[in-house]
Design a protein around this ligand. Structure first.
Ligand code: SAM
Length: 264
């Protein structure tokens, strides 16, 4: 395990641990799976304004699931936060973090809560992460100043995940070897590499634009995932949504099983 200096004390987003991903669904996800996205939206919609629901649908329509940034061993919580913030602003749905040496942290002053709209997946093993993405149809590409493939040559006819290394050493050889190739962002100055969060934004904005052009659409969520996210985002907009859903479902269940006035 690589060792780094103590990181600066910084308020970080503590709820990063409970975003959806291999760690399992949170309470909101469990309720959506148990009762259906439609039922959850039906319960919560009266508590949201029409503008807010329209905004959620607008963002959902532009959500791109087929470009995924992956970052390994991010040292600086400001960079962690900047990666999330750019990815969310670009309309990407997933961020995968490899924690081979360092736990991923994001400065809350920079994310301003935007991580809540994304799915964060945490991994300890680069090989397992790449294999899981490949199984889902993704090409997995390392990014390094010494990459052999120019960013313009990346095949965007398939979903693509791009792996970024940390601020100091960049990507370990083992991670690069676990990928399907290594991509370089052209550099023209004396500087030898871009900053991590800048690289992540440059690479993903470039690939997302080309992928959207290839798809001929802003977003690519399948209908089930879109419906699930709509219900989740409704819930995230309402304080105490879990309790609201639980009480409404319980009232509906009692209403359905209670004997009516004409029951024998
Ligand atoms: C500050 S750089 C790390 C520099 C490190 N000394 C190295 O040589 O990889 C952080 C990360 O940004 C990405 N990066 C920076 N410049 C890049 C470039 N020109 N092409 C592709 N990726 C780059 C890589 O993922 C890199 O691991």
């Amino acid at each position: 395990m690589r060792k780094y200096r103590e990181r600066p004390l910084e308020p970080v987003d503590e709820d990063l641990a409970v975003t959806t991903g291999p760690r399992g669904p949170d309470a909101i996800d469990r309720l959506i799976v148990a009762h259906g996205a439609g039922v959850v939206c039906e319960i919560l919609a009266p508590m949201l304004t029409a503008d807010r629901m329209a905004r959620i649908d607008e963002v959902l329509a532009a959500r791109l699931a087929s470009v995924i940034p992956v970052v390994e061993d991010v040292y600086d919580p400001h960079n962690g936060a900047a990666v999330i913030r750019s990815a969310e602003a670009l309309g990407l749905q997933e961020l995968h973090v490899l924690e081979t040496g360092l736990r991923f942290q994001a400065a809350s002053g920079i994310t301003r809560g935007c991580h809540r709209w994304m799915d964060l997946h945490r991994w300890r093993d680069p090989v397992a992460c790449a294999a899981a993405l490949r199984t889902r149809g993704f090409t997995v590409l390392a990014t390094t100043p010494r990459g052999a493939i120019s960013i313009d040559e990346v095949d965007v006819t398939r979903p693509v995940a791009v792996v970024m290394g940390n601020e100091h050493a960049g990507l370990p050889e083992a991670t690069i070897a676990a990928c399907d190739g290594a991509v370089v962002l052209p550099m023209f100055g004396f500087t030898e590499s871009y900053n991590l969060s800048v690289s992540a934004a440059l690479v993903t904005s470039h690939l997302a634009a080309r992928r959207r052009a290839h798809l001929g659409a802003r977003g690519d969520l399948d209908p089930d995932r879109l419906a699930h996210l709509r219900a989740r985002w409704y819930a995230l907009k309402i304080r105490g949504a879990v309790g609201v859903i639980e009480r409404a479902v319980s009232r509906r269940t009692h209403r359905d099983v209670a004997p009516g006035p004409h029951s024998p």
